[in-house]
Design a protein around this ligand. Sequence first.
Ligand SMILES: [Zn+2]
Length: 322
Amino acid sequence: MSTQTKIKEIEDDFLDPDEPQPQPAPTGALAKREQTAPVPQSLAELAAMKGEALEVVQARIQVLETLRRAAIKTTNPEDWLLFRDKREGRVVGYLQDCGCERVRDLYGIRIFDVQEPIKKESSDGTYVYIIRGSGYCALTRKAVPDIEGGRSSQDDFVEHLEGLQKELYVRKAARANLDGNITRELAGLNSVPQEELEQAWKGTSKKIEHCRKGKGFGSSVERDGADLEVMDGINQSDLPICPKCQAPTKYVPAGVSKKGKRYQAFLACEERECNWTMNFAKWKKDFLEKKEKKEQEQKPPEEAQSPNKDEAPPLPMEEPPF
Ligand SMILES: [Zn+2]
């Protein structure tokens, strides 16, 4: 069957499903909007509509925004992997394969032309499964042809498995990854700002703190104790030694005491007998100020630069001999 025929079939199915689709029924405003949602038009069609076109475009934007929020709301924090951009400190969420399954039907996303998975083996016995397929979103009329998905026998999730069982899981996960890649691409859920996740989960028990943390959050050991907001920009290795007994200190995230009193994040001496603690925010402010000052001092002053830029930079000054 040609791709065009397939797309036509998916559209018909989405717009006029004669059998109930396995998808959560939208309620309230969303249900109403979905029924009256204009079928997306091409630019030429919109231009021909003149005045009405703007309304159509606005309605489409509204439908997509509402749908996006509803889709995120159906996902769980565990479905998301957070990444922090080290330079800008911006945190974005990546919807993992397991979460993609939850939102696929809401968008009318169908996956087709799925090819046989291909196994590629290394000389050391490890292998990957690669699988290709295409996707189409009936809501936006966007198609993504020939997308690749894949998984490796070295992935964490199959660490405890062996032999054929491992192979089965890797192959299944490769397919889930293909479906995930298509869904993320078509639904635009590759990189969702933290604020948008929080907004969609408002009023539910779903919290950004329960998302998995990936790149930009330090090692897994550091991540375990790291409070998303407060630990910001501070590495485990930056923590001071205890001024009282010189033992290492640890970061204790903010919380609520047994008596129900809220407390802020603090640093505590790791030595059992020592009772030194310090407010983390206060320490962090001092630390960052000192760090910045140090970095400024290390920068060569601009006036001192050699007039001829091709010349080698001056050697670092030696200690004065007194
Ligand atoms: Zn101490």
